[in-house]
Ligand binder design. Structure first.
Ligand code: MN
Length: 498
């Protein structure tokens, strides 16, 4: 993470007040106390008290200098789903706006993974949440970034699934929203788990290329700073940065694995006061370091489609190798790093930076198209695997996958033997239905129980599809039915077997 400070509520308050002096610190403290109390006695898989998770996620938000309202919602984001406290409690204590943000996150979190893949449904939920309030996604990204940093505590299967989802779904959305910083973190944290071998290879490659160059690059940094200062350029900051691993990996793939064709493995990012200084700086740097022909990119006069603005130039260093300079204004920097989140971003003087209009409907439509397109390919690949399965939901929106043709009784036994044995009726999508109804993809199934029921109806064997249901019904028959029924049993069984 960008910050090295300790993860405490005190350091969070300091962080927020530094960029947003008007922030309601009492309210942040209250949210922390509320969440801490609600999560009392809960621990993460890593053994830490649960509160560390929302607190760390809130730090990630604060590191991006984002509005304290979002910081508060982040502290509270797991309360309704995981604790006794409800959304009403949150509204009572923190008001409607924060309640709505937390509700958005809770809705996203409701869909749990229980079967094979369920990307489509998950995505639809995400788009709905995004359409309602994009700030929900900012919180979700911070939540996911923290979860990815603590993946080691989970079983490998789960690590892989969470990382893959982050890489294939969350990172592209962050990217489309222009949130380069979060996208980069999501990608690099997931990369390690999704493609572990490639991760190691690429990391080694990058380290080898940059090995022993730290001192030299430090020298370049100092010299660039001096040259610009001598020319009376107002420098806001200069940072040297290694290319992120996942984007290095992707670029290597595009360039047939030729590292020599990658020019921005190391780049200096220079932030200056205004556009005139951007161009002036470019000229000054070119006097010192020879530019590589055809590698000067003017994204200021011609921004990238996502609005990205900057000047880029590749130059030869003293070793005959290349490095990149990126030159831009602070506003360009903010928008490049935080994208849509820059709308809730505060500058160092504690004022909200004025932003261009958000073109919501259009943005959303484009993202949906992009990701759903990609998804239809994915679906095709998986079609064989998925063909014979359907996905239905519990009233709490857990996903259950069942074979095609399954009925509410199969569903009931899938959940629990007792629920199967005592089931008396069913609601499908809130409507009463008969127990032999064939379930369809997306149905929400609720089972009504008869507590006094002794056992399953043997006739259910005529329509159940799953082996689990069949076995339970048969066992029950065998144990319960004795005496004169014994003669009936074999006959019934042969018929049931078909
Ligand atoms: Mn969480």
């Amino acid at each position: 993470m960008t910050s090295t400070s300790k993860i405490t509520i005190k350091s969070l308050l300091q962080k927020v007040t530094a960029y947003n002096p008007q922030a309601d610190l009492d309210m942040i403290q209250l949210a922390y106390d509320f969440a801490k109390d609600a999560h009392k006695g809960q621990y993460r898989k890593s053994g830490e008290p649960y509160i560390i998770h929302p607190l760390t996620a809130a730090h990630i938000i604060a590191d991006m200098h984002i509005d304290y309202i979002i910081v508060i919602a982040t502290l509270l984001h797991d309360v309704p789903e995981d604790t006794e406290r409800t959304l009403e409690d949150i509204e009572k204590n923190f008001g409607k706006e924060i309640m709505r943000l937390v509700r958005g996150i809770t809705k996203l979190g409701k869909l749990k993974y229980r079967g094979v893949e369920r990307y489509l449904e998950n995505l639809r939920k995400m788009f709905v949440a995004m359409a309602e309030d994009i700030r929900v996604m900012i919180i979700k990204f911070a939540d996911r970034i923290n979860n990815l940093t603590t993946l080691d505590a989970l079983p490998p299967q789960k690590q892989y699934r969470i990382a893959l989802e982050s890489l294939e779904i969350y990172a592209p959305i962050a990217n489309r929203l222009g949130m380069a910083e979060m996208k980069g973190q999501l990608e690099d944290l997931s990369f390690k788990y999704v493609y572990p071998k490639e991760y190691q290879r690429v990391k080694q490659l990058r380290d080898e290329k940059l090995a022993g160059k730290e001192k030299y690059l430090k020298g370049v940094h100092v010299q660039a700073e001096k040259e610009l200062k001598d020319a009376h350029i107002d420098i806001i900051s200069i940072d040297g940065r290694k290319k992120r691993l996942y984007s290095f990996y992707k670029k290597l793939q595009r360039k047939d694995n030729q590292v020599a064709k990658i020019y921005d493995l190391f780049a200096f990012r220079i932030i200056v006061k205004d556009v005139a200084d951007c161009y002036a700086s470019l000229g000054i740097l070119h006097k010192v370091w020879k530019p590589v022909k055809g590698r000067i990119k003017d994204y200021i006069s011609q921004p990238k489609p996502n609005g990205y603005q900057s000047l880029h130039t590749t130059v030869f260093d003293d070793h005959g190798e290349v490095m990149e300079f990126q030159i831009r204004t602070r506003q360009m920097q903010e928008e490049a790093e935080y994208g849509i989140a820059a709308h809730w971003h505060y500058d160092e003087y504690g004022s909200r930076i004025p932003k261009k209009q958000v073109r919501w409907a259009q943005e959303l439509a484009e993202i949906q198209k992009e990701i759903l397109n990609k998804l239809s390919d994915l679906e095709e690949i998986k079609v064989d695997f998925l063909q014979s399965r359907i996905f239905v939901f519990t009233p709490k929106r857990d996903v259950i996958d069942l074979p095609e043709g399954a009925t509410p009784v199969d569903f009931a036994y899938h959940i629990h033997t007792d629920i199967g044995n005592k089931c008396k009726a069913t609601l499908i999508n809130d409507k009463i239905a008969s127990l032999d109804t064939v379930l369809k993809n997306g149905d929400v199934v609720e089972i009504l129980l008869d507590k006094n029921r002794k056992g399953p109806n043997p006739n259910w064997l005529d329509f159940v599809k799953t082996q689990t249901a069949k076995n339970h019904i048969r066992i029950h028959k065998k144990t319960k039915l004795t005496g004169w029924l014994k003669s009936v049993l074999p006959k019934k069984n042969t018929r049931d077997k078909k």
